[in-house]
Ligand binder design. Structure first.
Ligand code: URP
Ligand code: ZN
Ligand code: ZN
Length: 485
């Protein structure tokens, strides 16, 4: 069988712009890009006329098969990456979350075993859920194994939350290892107190969830984490920014020259807090996630953040629990497993609501769904681009194809969908994962185990630049003799 595949007649869209050109794939890589390329003998030819050829999406925020709040998220690495491929996403970065006191390396082994069935490529972030000399030492080994981003939950008190002391230790260690830090920014003590007060007041249903996590709780934590990162001198990526209270400190940090990145979720951009007022308990509980869905005014602020570049990445935090799992909190909203999904629909919903409305351009769409994540998490240009030498993770995008989203037809393993009933125009026609067609003619062709781990190197340039900036900020009097200015 020929190793060649020629994508003919499409318009290539990258984060930098658009051009009419063919793309030749040999095996797993892109080997040529240009007008009217010759098809090698035996090559499969894909006619992409009228379509766009873009880098496959990268979702850097997923939780496949995550043990959480007394249950396990429903999508595993095979079902989750397959659902992703149907929507044009060809790589995920999932979170290894050690139980407090568990070895990071042991947890990494567990996640590595789970990911063996991935259908597309994947990478990992490592969560720091406790602190000790062992954790400090293991962080170096984690980085050596290609996991160069560390996650910190500032919420989920009594479970995986860490306090400021751990943030300080871990941020400094990550900086020294040339790694990137990420945070779930919510003030966990305020959330715990809010939950207790609201429950005690007699509000036991899902409507209590957003009441216990107001925007100020998120804004405080976003600002605190950014300030700690500023002082320590480490790059910081704030996950699932849901409101202006959390967005504004990111914008300010960036405007002050800090190396800070904002992520928003497609769900937060499109769904508002009205869902918690649904009189149907199940329907409201389906939307329990943290941070919660917000009033429309915050959604507008998030879109502005996307347009201004404060938000660099649109992810999903894909972490699905079905109705039966959500019902664990039937009498107490605090026990409803937190999480929603979106991996299958992220790209089409963003295209429809972003490009379709003129809020963003096709190139910005590519940056937000793929290239920026590849750059920030250090796997570009292998991933996140249409370039000679890059992996042939590609999506042939049909901007005219419409689809109505429904739990009845989705590939995600869940019995509801937060975008239920939405008709989106702009969808993946064909998806390639390292040169192999995994989605075509409405059919999945994924196989468990086709995906490979993508190791990511430390961020040598960032780290050197930040170390230099911090030296410059140190008053002259306390600089050591011999320090370079
Ligand atoms: O509600 C959410 N977001 N669940 C997944 C875990 C997390 O906080 O990212
Ligand atoms: Zn989170
Ligand atoms: Zn998450």
């Amino acid at each position: 069988m020929s190793p060649y595949l020629l994508i003919r007649g499409g318009t290539i869209v990258t984060a930098l712009g658009e051009a009419r050109a063919d793309v030749l794939v040999e095996g797993e890589k892109i080997v040529a890009i240009g007008p009217a390329l010759q098809a090698p003998v035996g090559a499969r030819i894909i006619d992409a006329s009228g379509a766009l050829v873009m880098p496959g999406g990268i979702d850097p925020h997923t939780h496949m098969e995550l043990p959480f709040m007394g249950t396990v998220s429903k999508d595993d690495f095979h079902s989750g990456t397959s659902a992703a491929a149907s929507g044009g996403t060809t790589m995920i970065i999932d979170f290894v979350i050690p139980a407090p006191e568990q070895s990071l390396l042991a947890a990494l082994d567990v996640w590595t075993a789970r990911a063996q069935k991935a259908a597309t490529d994947y990478s990992f972030h490592m969560a720091i859920t406790w602190w000790s000399e062992q954790v400090r030492a293991e962080m170096a080994e984690v980085v050596a194994r290609g996991v160069t981003s560390f996650k910190h939950f500032m919420a989920y008190k009594g479970a995986i939350m860490v306090d400021d002391g751990v943030l300080v230790q871990s941020f400094a260690r990550a900086r020294d290892l040339g790694a990137l830090c990420t945070v779930h920014a919510e003030h966990g003590d305020l959330v715990a107190q809010g939950q207790q007060t609201i429950f005690a007041s007699g509000i036991t249903g899902p409507e209590g969830h957003p009441l216990s996590r107001p925007p100020a709780v998120e804004g405080e934590a976003s600002n605190r984490a950014l300030r700690i990162a500023e002082v320590i001198g480490v790059p910081l990526y704030v996950v699932h920014t849901s409101c202006s209270d959390a967005l504004d400190p990111i914008a300010r940090a960036q405007s002050e020259g800090q190396c800070a990145f904002g992520e928003a979720l497609i769900q937060h951009l499109v769904v508002n807090d009205g869902v918690y007022r649904d009189s149907n308990w199940d329907a409201a509980a389906h939307h329990v996630m943290s941070p919660p869905f917000r009033p429309a005014v915050h959604q507008e602020a998030l879109w502005h953040g996307v347009q201004a570049g404060t938000i660099s990445v649109i992810g999903t935090d894909h972490c699905v629990f079905d109705t039966a799992q959500k019902r664990a909190g039937r009498r107490d909203f605090r026990l409803i497993p937190n999480g929603t999904g979106g991996i299958e629909d992220r790209m089409s919903v963003l295209w429809h609501c972003g490009v379709g409305t003129g809020r963003i351009t096709p190139s910005e769409f590519v940056a937000l769904t793929s290239t920026n994540a590849a750059r920030i998490f250090n796997c570009h240009p292998r991933k996140g681009d249409v370039a000679v030498g890059s992996d042939a993770d590609l999506v042939i995008w049909d901007p005219a194809r419409s689809r109505t989203i429904s739990a009845k037809t989705q590939f995600q393993k869940n019995d509801f969908n937060v975008f239920e009933g939405m008709t989106v125009t702009g969808n993946a026609a064909i998806t390639l994962s390292r040169g192999k067609v995994v989605w075509e003619e409405g059919k999945l062709r994924t196989e468990p185990g086709q995906g490979r781990f993508v190791p990511r190197a430390p961020f040598a340039d960032f780290s050197r630049a930040l170390a230099r900036r911090n030296t410059l900020k140190t008053p002259t009097a306390v600089r050591r003799a011999g320090d370079q200015p």
